[in-house]
Design a protein around this ligand. Structure first.
Ligand code: TRP
Length: 490
């Protein structure tokens, strides 16, 4: 099967798909808050250290594994040791569960994109989001009510994902990324340049850049920087390994890693200047302090920003749609990358066509997503998000490092990394993978276990319990079920 494995038709196709994967909602609505609440200007130091130590080294590890094995994610682990296939399915399934709610979040954004043309959120965006969009009800009864708007939006986003992913990688993922990623960059440049001209913009960006050097002594800030890089570069999600397994032989891994990391970080820092300038404008017009305005995630995009657009006048009819379109484009290219490892692994193992596999995965994914369209959806979504990112993924990536650092010949990987590249990587990299990464990831995992497992209400424990069960059972089943090749052999 690997003989007719897909291959990117140019190294640009790979690069743009990788950038599309990295640049996602995390860059737009997570980074500004992380930066601000972790020391502002001085955050740049732990941030750069995190890029060099974790981002670059882990990206090289994942690229070299994909490039060397040229197989689906699950088969790669199986080739090292059949039992390790479980780890691969555990990671794939974790990412699939992430997809199930990410689709709904992009769906919310789709609704806001439409609303932004006429400021359809009304005078109280907070109430509008909770009541009219989410139809929120955080008790069990909420499971039996649902939001028709969110359901329709979720169906549309799944349909888009299916449309892109069922095609081969060049006419699907690569083609869409070639259109959306440049558009996204142009739109962000317009947003930032415009927001810099707003009255009060300087209040915002000076708050963003003001350093708090004392903060550097706080371990939490370093943890935040490493966490942001891991998240922002989509590391540990099987994506880099899968995408690089489609690379042609003459690819330059180090150059590719450097370009993706540089583009991703430039995007998020540049975009943060825009977000802060807009919040500075709000602070200037409303007299509210910046620290009370800055939030992250849905609170920033669907509540704080609509409030700003309400006081902005006619310019908001341009800025609003641009902002929500950015989130949509960034979200879609990340979404298809999150789906790819699962699609590839399932179709490789069971010998099913790409189209059929994508259709089945999208239908099952949609069924899971319906939970997030209920009144209790946003409550469950937050638990999924915290648990899967702060615990499950970290556990997976720690396993990945230990497996490739210690149980597989890492010298082979270093050779692969240095094969075509002009900048050679030294043996320091092996030490980073063997010692530094496992230590850093263990610290992140311990913090994640504390935050996501020990804190929470009884309902949260039930949901986390279900997640733990699913994450044990589904990967075991996928590992044990005989694949097509196995059944032919036996
Ligand atoms: N890197 C992308 C982003 O910044 C995609 C991504 C990484 C992601 N981790 C995620 C998306 C977790 C959803 C959930 O958004």
């Amino acid at each position: 099967m690997s003989q007719n494995r897909s291959e990117w038709n140019s190294s640009f196709a790979f690069l743009i798909a990788m950038i599309g994967s990295a640049v996602g909602l995390g860059n737009i609505w997570r980074f500004p808050y992380v930066l601000y609440s972790n020391g502002g200007g001085s955050f740049i130091i732990p941030y750069i250290v995190a890029i060099l130590l974790l981002g670059f080294s882990l990206a090289l590890l994942e690229y070299s594994v994909g490039y060397k094995f040229k197989a689906s994610f699950s088969k790669t682990f199986n080739k090292i040791k059949p039992k390790l296939e479980y780890v691969a399915w555990f990671i794939c399934f974790t990412v699939f569960l992430i997809v199930s709610y990410y689709v709904t979040v992009i769906g919310w954004d789709l609704l806001y994109l439409i609303l932004s043309f006429f400021k359809g959120w009304g005078a109280d965006p907070n109430l509008f989001f909770i009541d009219s969009i989410l139809n929120q009800n955080n008790s069990i009864a909420g499971l039996f009510t649902f939001s028709p708007l969110v359901l329709i939006a979720t169906i549309l986003v799944w349909a888009m994902a299916w449309y892109i992913s069922h095609r081969n990688i060049n006419s699907g993922i690569a083609k869409v990324s070639k259109i959306l990623v440049p558009l996204l960059f142009v739109m962000v440049i317009i947003i930032v340049l415009f927001s810099l001209t707003l009255p009060g913009a300087s209040i915002g960006y000076s708050a963003m850049f003001t350093p708090d050097w004392g903060a550097l002594l706080d371990l939490n800030i370093w943890i935040a920087a490493f966490g942001q890089i891991l998240f922002s570069l989509s590391l540990g999600m099987a994506i880099l390994i899968t995408y690089s397994s489609y690379l042609p032989d003459d690819s330059k891994l180090v150059d590719n890693a450097a370009i993706v990391i540089f583009s991703n970080s430039s995007f998020e820092i540049f975009n943060a200047i825009g977000v802060f300038s807009i919040l500075g404008f709000m602070s200037f017009t409303s007299g509210i302090q910046i620290n009370e305005l800055i939030t992250e995630g849905t609170g920033l995009a669907f509540i704080a920003f609509p409030k700003v657009f309400n006081v902005m006048g006619d310019a908001a009819y341009i800025l609003g749609p641009l902002f929500f379109a950015c989130i949509l484009f960034a979200g879609i290219t990340s979404l298809v990358s999150l789906l790819e490892p699962f699609i590839d692994s399932i179709s490789d193992k069971f010998g099913s066509s790409r189209k059929k596999t994508t259709t089945i995965i999208c239908i099952i994914g949609f069924c899971i997503s319906t939970i997030f369209t209920t009144g209790m959806g946003s409550f469950i979504l937050e638990i999924f998000d915290g648990f899967l990112n702060n615990f499950s993924l970290l556990l997976g990536v720690l396993f990945e490092c230990v497996i490739f650092g210690w149980f597989y010949s890492i010298d082979d990987l270093l050779e692969v990394i240095n094969k075509n590249t002009s900048i050679k990587i030294g043996i320091w990299w092996k030490n980073v993978v063997k010692y530094v990464l496992p230590i850093v990831l263990s610290v992140l995992l311990l913090k994640g276990i504390y935050d996501s497992i020990f804190l929470g209400s009884p309902e949260e424990y039930v949901i986390k319990g279900i997640l733990i069960l699913l994450l044990i059972i589904v990967p075991i089943v996928l590992t044990k079920v005989k694949g097509k090749e196995n059944s032919v052999l036996t």
